[in-house]
Write a protein that binds this ligand. Structure first.
Ligand code: GDP
Length: 424
C-alpha cells in the first residue's frame, strides 16, 4: 500500500504529525521534494521535534526513512538534525539517501539571501534556505548529485562549471565575495564521506518495496497552493508539493499510489503568504494565532508569525482537486473550541459575481470571501477518541466542510500529540 500525505493548502497543515502517526504501521517513509525550508512538528514519547529534512517516520522503530531523489539535500542540516534526534534519545534510525538526490550547498543559501535583500519590499517571502537557486541549478543541469561527491576531481569539475555564472552575479549584482571552488570541493567531499554509509540507489529500494507490497508513506512538504504550476504563482515554492510529483521525487510507479491523504487545518494558516483571502486581522487574528498549533501559529522554520484566517472551502476544494485527494485529514479541530460562531468561506465574490472556483493569482487578489456562519461547540474535545462522541456542532462543522470540499474527511486530529487522533 502506497499512501501520499500532502498539504491541501499553503503548508503547515500538520502533515508531520499525521506522518508520525501513520508511520507506526508503515515500512518506509520517504521525503520526495523540498528541503530544509519548512518544518514538520511532531510530538511523541521522545518529546517535540521540528523536523526539516528528516522524514517524519524517524521516531518509529524499524521504519526505513528515505531521502528521495527529488529532495534538496543540505547535508550539514541533515547531520545536525540527526545529531539532535540522537541526543534526544530516539533509537538509532534507519536512514537512506538517494545517490541521485542533489546537494543544496552554501552558495545556494547565499544567493537566496542576497536576492531577497536585493528585492527588498518586492521579495517573495523566501526562508533563505537556498531552495530557489538550488532548483534553478537542477533545471539548468549544473547541480551536484550525491553520486558526484564520491570523486573529488569530478566534484571540482562540476563546481568549476557551476561557479562561473554565480561569480558574475556575486561580483556585479550583489557585490559580495566570490565563491571559491577549492573550498567548496574540500567541504562537500568531506560531507559526502560523512553520509557515504547511508547512500544507495533508492529507486531500486522503492520499486522492490512496492513489488513486495510494503506499506509506504510519501511525505510531502508545503501544500498544493505552493505548487509552481497549480498554485498561487509567484508566491509558490520551487518544487512540486503534489502527490503526482511524489512518484517522480520518490521514485515509485504512478500506478502504485493508492491513497492520497490531503491534510488541511480546521482553519487557515499561512506563513510568507502572498495572497490569503480569508485572513483575519487585529485581535481576532491574535487570539487564533495564540491558540493554534501546539504552541501558537509561528513558523517551525523561521519563527515568523503565521497569518491565520477562517477555513477556506474554495481554496481547499481546489487544493484537494489538484492533489487528487482520495481523502482528507483535518487537524487542529480542538483549537476552535473557544469560538461562539465559526465562519467558513464558501465562495469568492469578484466583479459582483460569486464563484466557487479558485482563480489565478491576479483575480485571487481581488476576491471578497463569501461566508456562512456556523455555531461553535464551546467544549474541549481533546480527550475524544470516537467521532460519534464529538459535540453535534463540531460534527456539523466537519460535515459542512466535507460537502464543500467534495472530499471525505476520514481522519480528525484533536491535539498535537501522536495519540490525539480520531478515525472516521
Ligand atoms: P506540517 O509542516 O504540515 O507538518 O505542519 P507544521 O508542523 O509546520 O504545523 C502544524 C502545527 O500544528 C504544529 O504546531 C503542530 O504541532 C500542530 N498540530 C498538528 N495537529 C494538531 C492538532 O490536531 N491540534 C493542535 N492543537 N495542534 C496540532
Amino acid at each position: 500500500m502506497v499512501r501520499a500525505i500532502v498539504g491541501a493548502n499553503w503548508g503547515d497543515e500538520g502533515k508531520g504529525k499525521l506522518t508520525d502517526v501513520l508511520a507506526k504501521d508503515s515500512d518506509i517513509v520517504i521525503r520526495f521534494q523540498g528541503g530544509a525550508n519548512a518544518g514538520h512538528t511532531i510530538i511523541n514519547e521522545y518529546g517535540k521535534f521540528a523536523l526539516h529534512l528528516l522524514p517524519s517516520g524517524i521516531c518509529n522503530k524499524g521504519v526505513e526513512n528515505v531521502i528521495g531523489p527529488g529532495v534538496a539535500l543540505d547535508i550539514e542540516a541533515l547531520l545536525k538534525e540527526l545529531e539532535e534526534v540522537h541526543k534526544r534519545g530516539v533509537p538509532e534510525p534507519i536512514l537512506k539517501v538517494s545517490s541521485r538526490a542533489q546537494i543544496l550547498m552554501n552558495c545556494h543559501i547565499l544567493l537566496d539571501t542576497y536576492e531577497e535583500e536585493r528585492l527588498s519590499d518586492r521579495k517573495f517571502g523566501s526562508t533563505k534556505s537556498g531552495i530557489a537557486p538550488f532548483y534553478s541549478d537542477k533545471a539548468a543541469k549544473v547541480g551536484v548529485q550525491v553520486c558526484h561527491l564520491r570523486d573529488k576531481d569530478m566534484l571540482r569539475e562540476r563546481l568549476t562549471a557551476s561557479f562561473v555564472k554565480k561569480n558574475v552575479l556575486m561580483e556585479h549584482l550583489y557585490h559580495k565575495p566570490l565563491l571559491d571552488v577549492d573550498e567548496y570541493t574540500e567541504k562537500y567531499f568531506a560531507l559526502g564521506q560523512a553520509i557515504k554509509h547511508m547512500v544507495c540507489d533508492t529507486n531500486v529500494l522503492m520499486h522492490e518495496a512496492v513489488k513486495a507490497g510494503k506499506s509506504i508513506l510519501l511525505e510531502g512538504q508545503l501544500g498544493a497552493l505552493r505548487d509552481p504550476d497549480h498554485g498561487i504563482f509567484p508566491y509558490t515554492t520551487s518544487s512540486s508539493p503534489l502527490a503526482g510529483y511524489a512518484t517522480i521525487g520518490a521514485g515509485v510507479p504512478p500506478w502504485a499510489i493508492q491513497e492520497v491523504i490531503a491534510v488541511t487545518k480546521a482553519y487557515s494558516s499561512s506563513v510568507g503568504t502572498g495572497v490569503f483571502p480569508t485572513k483575519m486581522e487585529g485581535e481576532e487574528a491574535e487570539e487564533l494565532r495564540k491558540r493554534g498549533g501546539d504552541a501558537g501559529e509561528y513558523g517551525a522554520k523561521t519563527g515568523r508569525p503565521r497569518d491565520v484566517g477562517w477555513f477556506d472551502a474554495v481554496a481547499t476544494r481546489y487544493g484537494c482537486m489538484v492533489q487528487g485527494a482520495t481523502q482528507c485529514a483535518m487537524t487542529n479541530l480542538d483549537v476552535l473550541a473557544y469560538m461562539d460562531e465559526i465562519k467558513v468561506c464558501v465562495g469568492y465574490e469578484v466583479g459582483g459575481q460569486v464563484s466557487t472556483r479558485f482563480p489565478t493569482t491576479p483575480t485571487l487578489k481581488k476576491v471578497v470571501p463569501v461566508y456562512e456562519v456556523l455555531p461553535g461547540w464551546k467544549e474541549d474535545i481533546s480527550q475524544v477518541k470516537r467521532y460519534v462522541d464529538l459535540p453535534e456542532n463540531c460534527r456539523n462543522y466537519v460535515e459542512f466542510i466535507e460537502k464543500r470540499i467534495e472530499t471525505p474527511i476520514k481522519i480528525l486530529s484533536n491535539g498535537p500529540r501522536r495519540e490525539e487522533i480520531i478515525y472516521r
